[in-house]
Ligand binder design. Structure first.
Ligand code: MLT
Ligand code: ZN
Length: 473
Protein backbone atom coordinates (compact mmCIF):
# COMPACT_ATOMS: atom_id res chain seq x y z
CA UNK A 1 0.00 0.00 0.00
CA UNK A 2 2.51 2.64 -1.19
CA UNK A 3 0.01 5.51 -0.96
CA UNK A 4 -0.42 5.12 2.76
CA UNK A 5 3.33 5.62 3.28
CA UNK A 6 3.31 8.71 1.04
CA UNK A 7 0.24 10.29 2.59
CA UNK A 8 1.65 9.57 6.05
CA UNK A 9 4.86 11.38 5.23
CA UNK A 10 2.93 14.26 3.62
CA UNK A 11 0.86 14.54 6.78
CA UNK A 12 4.02 14.52 8.90
CA UNK A 13 5.63 17.15 6.75
CA UNK A 14 2.52 19.27 6.92
CA UNK A 15 2.47 18.97 10.68
CA UNK A 16 6.16 19.84 10.85
CA UNK A 17 5.62 22.93 8.67
CA UNK A 18 2.68 24.15 10.73
CA UNK A 19 4.69 23.82 13.97
CA UNK A 20 7.53 25.88 12.49
CA UNK A 21 5.23 28.40 10.79
CA UNK A 22 3.46 29.07 14.10
CA UNK A 23 6.73 30.66 15.24
CA UNK A 24 6.35 33.23 12.42
CA UNK A 25 2.62 33.68 11.75
CA UNK A 26 -0.48 33.81 13.95
CA UNK A 27 -2.40 30.54 13.53
CA UNK A 28 -5.20 32.22 11.59
CA UNK A 29 -2.69 33.20 8.88
CA UNK A 30 -1.77 29.56 8.21
CA UNK A 31 -4.13 27.18 6.49
CA UNK A 32 -4.09 23.48 5.67
CA UNK A 33 -7.79 23.37 4.88
CA UNK A 34 -8.28 21.26 1.74
CA UNK A 35 -10.81 23.40 -0.18
CA UNK A 36 -8.97 26.61 0.57
CA UNK A 37 -5.67 25.06 -0.56
CA UNK A 38 -7.22 23.96 -3.84
CA UNK A 39 -8.15 27.57 -4.62
CA UNK A 40 -4.91 29.08 -3.36
CA UNK A 41 -2.76 26.57 -5.23
CA UNK A 42 -4.12 27.23 -8.69
CA UNK A 43 -4.46 29.92 -11.38
CA UNK A 44 -6.80 30.61 -14.32
CA UNK A 45 -5.35 27.74 -16.39
CA UNK A 46 -7.28 25.33 -14.16
CA UNK A 47 -5.80 22.31 -15.91
CA UNK A 48 -3.20 21.23 -13.36
CA UNK A 49 -3.80 18.89 -10.43
CA UNK A 50 -2.87 20.91 -7.36
CA UNK A 51 -1.70 19.66 -3.97
CA UNK A 52 -0.19 22.38 -1.76
CA UNK A 53 1.07 21.30 1.63
CA UNK A 54 -0.13 24.48 3.33
CA UNK A 55 -0.63 28.18 2.68
CA UNK A 56 0.43 31.24 4.65
CA UNK A 57 -0.68 34.87 4.55
CA UNK A 58 2.21 37.18 5.53
CA UNK A 59 1.44 40.70 6.67
CA UNK A 60 5.01 42.03 6.72
CA UNK A 61 8.34 41.80 4.92
CA UNK A 62 9.92 40.42 8.10
CA UNK A 63 7.51 37.49 8.08
CA UNK A 64 8.32 36.74 4.43
CA UNK A 65 12.07 36.87 5.17
CA UNK A 66 11.71 34.61 8.23
CA UNK A 67 9.62 32.15 6.24
CA UNK A 68 12.23 31.97 3.46
CA UNK A 69 15.03 31.42 5.99
CA UNK A 70 13.05 28.63 7.65
CA UNK A 71 12.14 27.08 4.28
CA UNK A 72 15.84 26.98 3.32
CA UNK A 73 16.77 25.14 6.49
CA UNK A 74 13.89 22.64 6.28
CA UNK A 75 13.64 22.34 2.47
CA UNK A 76 10.10 23.56 1.98
CA UNK A 77 9.46 24.69 -1.61
CA UNK A 78 7.61 28.03 -1.79
CA UNK A 79 5.11 29.21 -4.42
CA UNK A 80 4.19 32.93 -4.56
CA UNK A 81 0.50 33.57 -5.06
CA UNK A 82 -1.01 36.92 -6.09
CA UNK A 83 -4.43 37.30 -7.74
CA UNK A 84 -4.01 33.83 -9.32
CA UNK A 85 -5.14 35.14 -12.71
CA UNK A 86 -2.09 33.76 -14.53
CA UNK A 87 -2.54 31.67 -17.66
CA UNK A 88 0.65 29.62 -17.71
CA UNK A 89 0.56 27.69 -14.43
CA UNK A 90 3.19 30.03 -13.00
CA UNK A 91 1.77 29.98 -9.46
CA UNK A 92 0.21 26.54 -9.27
CA UNK A 93 1.34 24.27 -6.46
CA UNK A 94 1.46 20.74 -7.87
CA UNK A 95 3.78 18.98 -5.44
CA UNK A 96 3.42 19.69 -1.75
CA UNK A 97 4.64 23.29 -1.86
CA UNK A 98 3.84 26.08 0.58
CA UNK A 99 1.68 28.72 -1.07
CA UNK A 100 2.58 32.25 0.02
CA UNK A 101 -0.42 34.46 -0.56
CA UNK A 102 -0.07 38.26 -0.67
CA UNK A 103 -3.78 38.84 -0.04
CA UNK A 104 -2.98 40.44 3.34
CA UNK A 105 -0.19 42.69 2.06
CA UNK A 106 -2.61 44.81 0.08
CA UNK A 107 -2.05 48.38 1.24
CA UNK A 108 -0.96 51.51 -0.55
CA UNK A 109 1.72 52.81 1.81
CA UNK A 110 2.63 56.22 0.45
CA UNK A 111 2.03 58.56 -2.49
CA UNK A 112 4.44 61.23 -3.64
CA UNK A 113 2.59 63.68 -5.92
CA UNK A 114 5.79 65.38 -7.13
CA UNK A 115 7.40 62.14 -8.29
CA UNK A 116 3.99 60.65 -9.05
CA UNK A 117 5.09 57.49 -7.31
CA UNK A 118 2.87 55.10 -5.38
CA UNK A 119 4.65 52.93 -2.84
CA UNK A 120 2.53 49.83 -2.46
CA UNK A 121 2.57 46.32 -1.08
CA UNK A 122 2.65 43.42 -3.52
CA UNK A 123 -0.97 42.38 -2.90
CA UNK A 124 -2.50 45.67 -4.08
CA UNK A 125 -5.00 44.79 -6.81
CA UNK A 126 -4.45 46.42 -10.23
CA UNK A 127 -7.90 48.07 -10.20
CA UNK A 128 -7.17 49.45 -6.71
CA UNK A 129 -4.04 51.19 -8.04
CA UNK A 130 -5.93 52.42 -11.11
CA UNK A 131 -8.68 53.82 -8.86
CA UNK A 132 -6.12 55.47 -6.57
CA UNK A 133 -4.44 57.09 -9.59
CA UNK A 134 -7.79 58.37 -10.91
CA UNK A 135 -8.64 59.87 -7.49
CA UNK A 136 -5.41 61.90 -7.78
CA UNK A 137 -6.16 63.05 -11.33
CA UNK A 138 -3.55 60.64 -12.74
CA UNK A 139 -3.52 57.23 -14.38
CA UNK A 140 -2.01 53.78 -13.99
CA UNK A 141 -2.53 52.75 -17.60
CA UNK A 142 -1.46 49.10 -17.67
CA UNK A 143 -4.76 47.31 -18.04
CA UNK A 144 -6.11 43.82 -18.70
CA UNK A 145 -9.35 41.89 -18.36
CA UNK A 146 -8.10 40.52 -15.01
CA UNK A 147 -7.46 43.98 -13.48
CA UNK A 148 -10.18 43.40 -10.88
CA UNK A 149 -8.25 40.48 -9.33
CA UNK A 150 -4.63 40.54 -10.50
CA UNK A 151 -2.14 41.93 -7.99
CA UNK A 152 0.80 44.28 -8.57
CA UNK A 153 3.35 41.73 -7.30
CA UNK A 154 2.07 39.12 -9.76
CA UNK A 155 1.94 41.67 -12.58
CA UNK A 156 5.59 42.51 -11.96
CA UNK A 157 6.58 38.86 -11.61
CA UNK A 158 5.10 38.16 -15.07
CA UNK A 159 5.76 41.59 -16.64
CA UNK A 160 2.05 41.68 -17.48
CA UNK A 161 1.04 43.49 -20.67
CA UNK A 162 -2.60 43.71 -21.71
CA UNK A 163 -4.70 45.88 -23.95
CA UNK A 164 -2.91 49.25 -24.08
CA UNK A 165 0.71 48.20 -24.52
CA UNK A 166 0.79 49.87 -27.94
CA UNK A 167 0.60 53.22 -26.13
CA UNK A 168 1.73 52.66 -22.56
CA UNK A 169 4.10 49.69 -22.60
CA UNK A 170 4.29 46.73 -20.25
CA UNK A 171 4.32 46.60 -16.42
CA UNK A 172 8.14 46.83 -16.60
CA UNK A 173 7.84 50.41 -17.84
CA UNK A 174 5.98 51.51 -14.70
CA UNK A 175 8.13 49.96 -11.97
CA UNK A 176 10.36 52.69 -10.53
CA UNK A 177 11.57 50.71 -7.53
CA UNK A 178 11.07 47.44 -5.78
CA UNK A 179 11.70 45.57 -2.54
CA UNK A 180 12.25 41.83 -2.73
CA UNK A 181 13.01 38.96 -0.39
CA UNK A 182 15.41 36.72 -2.30
CA UNK A 183 15.38 32.93 -2.18
CA UNK A 184 18.20 33.24 0.38
CA UNK A 185 16.03 35.35 2.66
CA UNK A 186 17.87 38.64 2.02
CA UNK A 187 15.77 41.80 1.77
CA UNK A 188 16.96 43.93 -1.18
CA UNK A 189 15.73 47.29 -2.42
CA UNK A 190 16.20 48.26 -6.07
CA UNK A 191 16.34 51.73 -7.71
CA UNK A 192 14.26 53.58 -5.07
CA UNK A 193 12.15 55.51 -7.56
CA UNK A 194 15.04 57.15 -9.36
CA UNK A 195 14.59 58.27 -12.95
CA UNK A 196 18.31 58.15 -13.65
CA UNK A 197 20.58 55.63 -11.97
CA UNK A 198 23.64 54.46 -13.89
CA UNK A 199 25.28 52.41 -11.14
CA UNK A 200 25.65 49.03 -12.72
CA UNK A 201 23.28 46.10 -13.04
CA UNK A 202 19.65 47.04 -12.57
CA UNK A 203 18.50 44.01 -10.60
CA UNK A 204 14.96 45.35 -10.65
CA UNK A 205 14.71 44.23 -14.27
CA UNK A 206 15.92 40.74 -13.42
CA UNK A 207 13.07 40.29 -10.96
CA UNK A 208 10.50 41.69 -13.41
CA UNK A 209 9.28 38.65 -15.33
CA UNK A 210 11.17 36.20 -13.10
CA UNK A 211 7.91 34.38 -12.23
CA UNK A 212 8.77 33.94 -8.56
CA UNK A 213 11.88 31.88 -9.32
CA UNK A 214 14.37 34.31 -7.72
CA UNK A 215 12.44 35.51 -4.68
CA UNK A 216 9.31 37.34 -3.56
CA UNK A 217 8.42 40.83 -4.75
CA UNK A 218 7.06 42.35 -1.53
CA UNK A 219 6.76 46.09 -2.27
CA UNK A 220 6.99 48.31 -5.35
CA UNK A 221 7.24 51.98 -6.29
CA UNK A 222 4.80 52.30 -9.17
CA UNK A 223 4.94 55.26 -11.53
CA UNK A 224 1.69 57.05 -12.36
CA UNK A 225 1.09 58.98 -15.59
CA UNK A 226 -0.88 61.99 -16.77
CA UNK A 227 -4.64 61.39 -16.83
CA UNK A 228 -5.73 60.22 -20.26
CA UNK A 229 -7.68 62.50 -22.57
CA UNK A 230 -11.16 61.15 -23.44
CA UNK A 231 -11.01 58.15 -25.73
CA UNK A 232 -13.20 56.84 -28.53
CA UNK A 233 -13.55 53.29 -29.80
CA UNK A 234 -14.32 51.88 -33.25
CA UNK A 235 -15.07 48.27 -34.13
CA UNK A 236 -14.46 47.35 -37.76
CA UNK A 237 -15.54 44.22 -39.64
CA UNK A 238 -12.66 42.72 -41.59
CA UNK A 239 -12.70 39.81 -44.07
CA UNK A 240 -9.04 38.83 -44.23
CA UNK A 241 -6.43 38.52 -41.49
CA UNK A 242 -3.77 40.16 -43.65
CA UNK A 243 -5.93 43.28 -44.09
CA UNK A 244 -5.84 43.87 -40.33
CA UNK A 245 -2.21 44.91 -40.69
CA UNK A 246 -2.95 47.35 -43.52
CA UNK A 247 -5.66 48.88 -41.33
CA UNK A 248 -3.22 49.10 -38.41
CA UNK A 249 -0.69 50.94 -40.58
CA UNK A 250 -3.33 53.35 -41.89
CA UNK A 251 -4.56 54.22 -38.38
CA UNK A 252 -1.06 54.44 -36.94
CA UNK A 253 -0.15 57.07 -39.53
CA UNK A 254 -3.21 59.15 -38.61
CA UNK A 255 -4.12 59.00 -34.91
CA UNK A 256 -2.61 58.33 -31.47
CA UNK A 257 -3.66 54.74 -30.89
CA UNK A 258 -4.28 53.50 -27.34
CA UNK A 259 -5.27 50.03 -28.45
CA UNK A 260 -5.47 48.02 -31.63
CA UNK A 261 -7.05 44.67 -30.79
CA UNK A 262 -8.56 41.96 -32.92
CA UNK A 263 -10.87 39.00 -32.45
CA UNK A 264 -12.46 36.41 -34.70
CA UNK A 265 -16.19 36.03 -35.29
CA UNK A 266 -16.04 32.80 -33.29
CA UNK A 267 -14.54 34.66 -30.31
CA UNK A 268 -17.26 37.31 -30.55
CA UNK A 269 -20.02 34.68 -30.83
CA UNK A 270 -18.84 33.12 -27.58
CA UNK A 271 -19.02 36.51 -25.83
CA UNK A 272 -22.51 37.15 -27.24
CA UNK A 273 -23.73 33.73 -26.05
CA UNK A 274 -22.32 34.48 -22.62
CA UNK A 275 -23.77 38.00 -22.22
CA UNK A 276 -26.64 40.31 -23.08
CA UNK A 277 -24.52 42.20 -25.62
CA UNK A 278 -25.67 42.49 -29.23
CA UNK A 279 -23.74 42.19 -32.48
CA UNK A 280 -22.19 45.62 -33.10
CA UNK A 281 -22.37 45.45 -36.93
CA UNK A 282 -25.01 44.45 -39.43
CA UNK A 283 -22.52 42.52 -41.53
CA UNK A 284 -20.89 39.38 -40.15
CA UNK A 285 -17.21 39.17 -41.05
CA UNK A 286 -14.55 36.66 -40.15
CA UNK A 287 -12.54 39.13 -38.03
CA UNK A 288 -13.02 42.39 -36.13
CA UNK A 289 -10.60 45.14 -35.16
CA UNK A 290 -11.19 47.22 -32.05
CA UNK A 291 -9.39 50.54 -32.26
CA UNK A 292 -9.10 53.07 -29.43
CA UNK A 293 -7.78 56.61 -30.01
CA UNK A 294 -8.00 60.16 -28.62
CA UNK A 295 -11.50 61.57 -28.96
CA UNK A 296 -10.22 64.90 -30.29
CA UNK A 297 -8.87 62.97 -33.30
CA UNK A 298 -12.29 61.58 -34.24
CA UNK A 299 -12.35 63.36 -37.59
CA UNK A 300 -8.98 61.95 -38.57
CA UNK A 301 -10.08 58.51 -37.44
CA UNK A 302 -13.24 58.72 -39.53
CA UNK A 303 -11.11 59.65 -42.53
CA UNK A 304 -8.84 56.64 -41.93
CA UNK A 305 -11.93 54.44 -41.67
CA UNK A 306 -13.25 55.73 -45.06
CA UNK A 307 -9.86 55.09 -46.66
CA UNK A 308 -9.93 51.51 -45.35
CA UNK A 309 -13.44 51.07 -46.75
CA UNK A 310 -12.28 52.39 -50.14
CA UNK A 311 -9.38 49.96 -50.14
CA UNK A 312 -11.78 47.09 -49.45
CA UNK A 313 -9.99 46.20 -46.19
CA UNK A 314 -13.03 46.99 -44.07
CA UNK A 315 -16.58 45.80 -44.68
CA UNK A 316 -18.45 47.69 -41.98
CA UNK A 317 -17.77 49.69 -38.84
CA UNK A 318 -19.26 51.25 -35.72
CA UNK A 319 -18.00 54.22 -33.72
CA UNK A 320 -18.86 54.65 -30.03
CA UNK A 321 -21.04 57.70 -29.38
CA UNK A 322 -21.06 57.58 -25.59
CA UNK A 323 -19.10 56.15 -22.68
CA UNK A 324 -21.58 53.32 -22.25
CA UNK A 325 -21.21 52.37 -25.93
CA UNK A 326 -17.45 52.48 -25.52
CA UNK A 327 -17.77 50.10 -22.56
CA UNK A 328 -20.01 47.74 -24.53
CA UNK A 329 -17.62 47.63 -27.46
CA UNK A 330 -14.74 46.90 -25.10
CA UNK A 331 -16.76 44.13 -23.43
CA UNK A 332 -16.84 42.30 -26.79
CA UNK A 333 -13.05 42.02 -26.50
CA UNK A 334 -12.56 41.90 -22.71
CA UNK A 335 -15.22 39.22 -22.25
CA UNK A 336 -13.51 36.60 -24.43
CA UNK A 337 -11.38 34.88 -21.77
CA UNK A 338 -14.30 34.44 -19.40
CA UNK A 339 -16.76 33.34 -22.07
CA UNK A 340 -14.50 30.55 -23.35
CA UNK A 341 -13.26 29.43 -19.91
CA UNK A 342 -15.86 26.63 -19.81
CA UNK A 343 -14.24 25.06 -22.91
CA UNK A 344 -10.97 24.56 -20.98
CA UNK A 345 -9.10 26.16 -23.91
CA UNK A 346 -5.58 25.20 -24.84
CA UNK A 347 -3.92 28.62 -24.90
CA UNK A 348 -1.15 29.92 -27.05
CA UNK A 349 0.14 33.45 -26.52
CA UNK A 350 2.75 34.19 -29.13
CA UNK A 351 4.41 37.20 -30.70
CA UNK A 352 6.55 38.18 -33.65
CA UNK A 353 7.76 41.57 -34.82
CA UNK A 354 4.86 43.58 -36.21
CA UNK A 355 6.38 43.66 -39.69
CA UNK A 356 6.30 39.85 -39.72
CA UNK A 357 2.72 39.47 -38.54
CA UNK A 358 0.99 39.09 -41.96
CA UNK A 359 3.24 36.28 -43.18
CA UNK A 360 3.22 34.62 -39.74
CA UNK A 361 -0.57 34.77 -39.60
CA UNK A 362 -0.83 33.05 -42.96
CA UNK A 363 1.47 30.24 -41.89
CA UNK A 364 -0.27 29.69 -38.58
CA UNK A 365 -3.68 29.84 -40.17
CA UNK A 366 -2.55 27.07 -42.54
CA UNK A 367 -1.22 24.97 -39.65
CA UNK A 368 -4.42 25.35 -37.69
CA UNK A 369 -6.66 24.44 -40.64
CA UNK A 370 -4.54 21.38 -41.37
CA UNK A 371 -4.30 20.07 -37.80
CA UNK A 372 -7.54 21.18 -36.16
CA UNK A 373 -10.16 20.98 -38.94
CA UNK A 374 -12.64 19.52 -36.44
CA UNK A 375 -11.90 21.80 -33.46
CA UNK A 376 -13.06 25.34 -32.75
CA UNK A 377 -10.09 27.70 -32.84
CA UNK A 378 -10.60 31.09 -31.31
CA UNK A 379 -8.27 33.89 -32.45
CA UNK A 380 -7.89 37.17 -30.66
CA UNK A 381 -5.22 39.42 -29.27
CA UNK A 382 -3.16 42.55 -29.34
CA UNK A 383 -2.32 42.65 -33.00
CA UNK A 384 -0.93 46.17 -32.67
CA UNK A 385 1.89 44.66 -30.53
CA UNK A 386 2.41 41.59 -32.75
CA UNK A 387 0.82 39.47 -29.97
CA UNK A 388 -1.70 36.82 -30.95
CA UNK A 389 -3.80 34.58 -28.70
CA UNK A 390 -4.71 31.28 -30.28
CA UNK A 391 -7.17 29.34 -28.13
CA UNK A 392 -8.22 25.83 -29.10
CA UNK A 393 -11.56 24.91 -27.55
CA UNK A 394 -12.24 21.45 -26.17
CA UNK A 395 -15.40 19.81 -27.52
CA UNK A 396 -17.50 18.71 -24.53
CA UNK A 397 -17.37 15.02 -25.52
CA UNK A 398 -13.56 14.89 -25.89
CA UNK A 399 -11.54 13.63 -22.92
CA UNK A 400 -9.39 16.45 -21.48
CA UNK A 401 -6.15 14.44 -21.60
CA UNK A 402 -6.72 13.36 -25.19
CA UNK A 403 -7.55 16.94 -26.11
CA UNK A 404 -4.41 18.37 -24.53
CA UNK A 405 -2.29 15.64 -26.10
CA UNK A 406 -3.63 16.62 -29.53
CA UNK A 407 -2.98 20.30 -28.91
CA UNK A 408 0.52 19.68 -27.62
CA UNK A 409 1.33 17.62 -30.71
CA UNK A 410 1.43 20.69 -32.96
CA UNK A 411 3.34 22.89 -30.50
CA UNK A 412 6.74 22.08 -32.05
CA UNK A 413 5.41 23.00 -35.52
CA UNK A 414 3.93 26.25 -34.27
CA UNK A 415 6.97 27.13 -32.19
CA UNK A 416 9.34 26.39 -35.07
CA UNK A 417 7.51 29.06 -37.07
CA UNK A 418 8.10 31.43 -34.18
CA UNK A 419 11.74 30.46 -33.74
CA UNK A 420 12.40 30.96 -37.44
CA UNK A 421 11.23 34.56 -37.04
CA UNK A 422 12.93 35.26 -33.71
CA UNK A 423 9.51 35.53 -32.02
CA UNK A 424 8.31 34.64 -28.54
CA UNK A 425 6.46 31.48 -27.42
CA UNK A 426 4.97 33.55 -24.59
CA UNK A 427 4.36 37.21 -25.33
CA UNK A 428 2.69 38.19 -22.07
CA UNK A 429 1.36 35.17 -20.13
CA UNK A 430 4.76 33.95 -18.93
CA UNK A 431 6.31 30.51 -19.15
CA UNK A 432 5.28 28.85 -15.87
CA UNK A 433 4.60 25.14 -16.30
CA UNK A 434 2.63 25.41 -19.52
CA UNK A 435 5.41 26.68 -21.80
CA UNK A 436 8.45 25.58 -19.81
CA UNK A 437 9.27 22.61 -22.03
CA UNK A 438 9.38 24.87 -25.09
CA UNK A 439 11.60 27.67 -23.80
CA UNK A 440 14.40 26.68 -26.17
CA UNK A 441 12.27 27.84 -29.11
CA UNK A 442 12.65 31.42 -27.86
CA UNK A 443 15.94 31.37 -25.92
CA UNK A 444 19.40 30.06 -26.86
CA UNK A 445 20.82 27.22 -24.74
CA UNK A 446 23.58 29.50 -23.48
CA UNK A 447 20.95 32.07 -22.43
CA UNK A 448 18.98 29.42 -20.54
CA UNK A 449 22.22 28.34 -18.83
CA UNK A 450 22.83 31.95 -17.79
CA UNK A 451 19.28 32.11 -16.41
CA UNK A 452 20.01 29.01 -14.30
CA UNK A 453 23.17 30.58 -12.94
CA UNK A 454 21.30 33.77 -12.05
CA UNK A 455 18.67 31.71 -10.26
CA UNK A 456 21.40 29.97 -8.29
CA UNK A 457 22.76 33.33 -7.06
CA UNK A 458 19.42 34.39 -5.57
CA UNK A 459 18.01 30.95 -4.73
CA UNK A 460 20.92 28.57 -4.13
CA UNK A 461 18.76 25.84 -2.59
CA UNK A 462 16.13 25.97 -5.32
CA UNK A 463 13.18 26.57 -2.98
CA UNK A 464 11.61 29.40 -5.04
CA UNK A 465 8.80 28.21 -7.30
CA UNK A 466 10.66 25.06 -8.32
CA UNK A 467 9.88 23.59 -11.73
CA UNK A 468 8.49 26.83 -13.15
CA UNK A 469 10.11 28.67 -16.06
CA UNK A 470 13.22 26.41 -16.09
CA UNK A 471 13.15 22.62 -16.43
CA UNK A 472 14.36 20.93 -13.23
CA UNK A 473 17.81 19.33 -13.72
C1 MLT B 1 -6.33 38.76 -23.01
O1 MLT B 1 -5.72 39.34 -23.88
O2 MLT B 1 -7.57 38.85 -22.89
C2 MLT B 1 -5.55 38.02 -21.99
O3 MLT B 1 -4.23 37.82 -22.36
C3 MLT B 1 -6.21 36.78 -21.53
C4 MLT B 1 -6.27 35.62 -22.47
O4 MLT B 1 -5.44 35.49 -23.35
O5 MLT B 1 -7.16 34.79 -22.28
ZN1 ZN C 1 -3.69 39.20 -23.89
Amino acid sequence: MPNVGKSQSTADRRQHFVELAQGIFPSEHITVEHDELRVLGTDWTRNFEVSPLAAVFPTSIDQVAELVQMANVHHFPLVPSGGRTGLSGGCVATSDEIVVSFDRMNRILHFDPVDRLVHCQAGVVTAQLQQFAAEHGLTYPVDFSSSGSSQIGGNIATNAGGIRVIRHGMTRDWVAGMKVVTGKGDVLEFNRGLVKNATGYDLRHLFIGSEGTLGFIVEAEMQLGTAPSPQRVMVLGVGKLADLLSILQRFKQTVNLSAFEFFSDLAMSKVLQHSTLRRPLRETTEYYALIEYDEDQSELATQAFSDCLDQGWVVDGVLSQSNSQTDDLWRLRDGITESIAGYVPYKNDVSVRISQVPEFLDDIDGLVKEHYPDLEVCWFGHIGDGNLHLNILKPPELDINEFQERCRAINPLLFKQIQRRGGSISAEHGVGLLKRDYLEFSRETSEIDAMREIKHVFDPNGIMNPGKLLLPQ
